[in-house]
Design a protein around this ligand. Sequence first.
Ligand SMILES: CC(C)(COP(=O)(O)OP(=O)(O)OC[C@H]1O[C@@H](n2cnc3c(N)ncnc32)[C@H](O)[C@@H]1OP(=O)(O)O)[C@@H](O)C(=O)NCCC(=O)NCCS
Length: 120
Amino acid sequence: MIFVGNDIVEIERINTFIQNHKIKELAHVFTQTEIQYCQSKTSPSTHFAGRFAAKEAVKKALLSAFPDLVLPINSISIKNKDNGAPYVVFEHNASIQNKSLQVSISHSVSHATAVAILEI
Ligand SMILES: CC(C)(COP(=O)(O)OP(=O)(O)OC[C@H]1O[C@@H](n2cnc3c(N)ncnc32)[C@H](O)[C@@H]1OP(=O)(O)O)[C@@H](O)C(=O)NCCC(=O)NCCS
């Protein structure tokens, strides 16, 4: 079966969150890899927003399939291949590590959006 999740995030809302939180607090939401990736970009908020949308999309796809799953948002890590394509790694939950899960991210000036597709 195929399960889908999506999300859209206002970049300004994420920008406010980032401005008001220290790195240690950001770690409740984003992994170190994600923080490093986003901060290497000219517009970090845009990429943080894309990652946040991707995490929420992944949660929606997984919760559609497994309604009782407990999945902290910072356990979902969005990484990028050398060509820039995003992929998902679960930091603490080996049981869902081998699920077939694809994610796609897009940004505009004001919003970031993501779609996740889970096949089980
Ligand atoms: C990949 C591509 C379609 C992205 O489209 P875009 O309109 O520029 O940007 P969007 O805002 O819609 O999407 C950006 C997201 O696309 C994703 N992305 C980047 N490269 C990708 C790829 N090769 N495949 C799939 N997704 C990709 C990333 O998640 C990125 O967000 P992130 O950096 O925060 O993770 C576009 O850059 C492209 O056609 N690239 C062709 C290859 C290229 O030019 N490569 C240059 C770098 S090697």
